[in-house]
Write a protein that binds this ligand. Structure first.
Ligand SMILES: [Zn+2]
Length: 331
């Protein structure tokens, strides 16, 4: 670990925040960003432990010990310098990952309108509502420029590789892909990239895909439409069916299955793709059975002409057409 890495780690966890999260109570001393409270390192009745919030340093006039956050962890937990750093890295990992994903997603979002091939692709998929594109946070990864952008913001090679945004050779994971951020309770958990070219169509970072897409807003509906992919979802949201969620695939993660079943009187229309291999339809039937077993009504939706929701609207279907399909679904 370099000196710069250590500085970065300490900036990520301000000493005062660290102490306050562990219920250290203090009062401000004078006009300086300095605080005093009872020493967490030795028993005392009168406060002699000072923290300078600007310098991120502490000093106790009672026991004579002082230093930075790493030193404080060493002393309070009785661990070595290396162990202290490892402990602090663990503390920041989830927050740091979410922060890095946010930076990447924001960068991709800015790129979207700078690359005609990206906007053209969205139009081709029938997605033209600018406010919906913004609401979904859709971006574009042209490839080859993320690393320099994030390096300028202090993110090193290792951080980008560990989270999967670049590979071991430093190449962008997402290249010529439309990007959808995946959130859970507002927190960014993953990025989904849809290839606009000939590359393998679907790509996620090697981490959890979270739960069902936009479940926080969809769960309030007593009738829910479950689709495979985000372009199906975008087409339905654009047509006014905001009760649509997406599983990002045909095989639900246990957390996604639990979400669908969390209200006993919910009805879930399953609208998976009707591909030539029938995999989507087999998965839909298996899922419907499991949901019915859990007490959730789960009719399977068959769209005319073997369409999936995205291609159905692209072929000229209207919201009323889709509503009629829902009406006509068995039970
Ligand atoms: Zn002390």
């Amino acid at each position: 670990m370099t000196t710069a890495d250590l500085q970065h780690l300490k900036q990520r966890i301000p000493l005062l925040d660290y102490l306050q999260q562990r219920h250290w109570t203090a009062r401000r001393v004078g006009a300086h960003p300095e605080f005093v409270g009872r020493c967490p390192l030795h028993p005392e009745t009168r406060p002699s432990f000072y923290v300078n919030a600007r310098k991120n340093l502490f000093y106790c006039h009672g026991c004579g010990r002082g230093g930075d956050l790493i030193r404080f962890v060493e002393l309070s937990q009785g661990v070595s310098f290396r162990q202290s750093i490892a402990y602090l890295q663990q503390q920041v990992a989830p927050a740091a990952h979410a922060e890095l994903l946010e930076k990447a997603a924001a960068f991709y979002q800015l790129q979207l309108h700078r690359h005609p091939e990206a906007v053209h692709y969205l139009q081709q998929r029938g997605l033209c509502d600018a406010s919906l594109i913004a609401e979904l946070g859709i971006g574009y990864a042209p490839g080859g420029n993320l690393r320099a952008h994030l390096a300028a913001q202090g993110y090193g090679f290792d951080a980008l590789r560990d989270i999967g945004l670049i590979d071991a050779q430093g190449r962008d994971t997402f290249c010529r892909r439309v990007i959808f951020p995946l959130r859970r309770q507002g927190c960014l958990v993953n990025l989904y990239g849809r290839s606009v070219g000939a590359a393998f169509p679907h790509r996620l970072l090697p981490r959890s895909k979270g739960g069902l897409f936009a479940w926080e807003s969809v769960r309030q509906f007593s009738t829910v439409i479950l689709v495979e992919g985000l372009f199906d979802l975008a087409a339905l949201w654009q047509a006014g069916f905001r009760n649509t969620t997406a599983a990002l695939g045909i095989h639900l993660a246990p957390a996604q299955f639990d979400e669908l079943g969390d209200a006993p009187d919910r009805r879930v229309y399953i609208a998976f793709d009707q591909d030539e291999h029938q995999a989507g339809q087999r998965a839909a039937q298996a899922l419907a059975q499991r949901l019915e077993g859990a007490g959730v009504a789960a009719p399977i939706l068959h769209l005319p002409g073997g369409h999936d929701p995205n291609s159905y609207f692209l072929s000229g279907a209207t919201a009323a057409d889709f509503a009629a399909c829902l009406q006509g679904a068995p039970r």
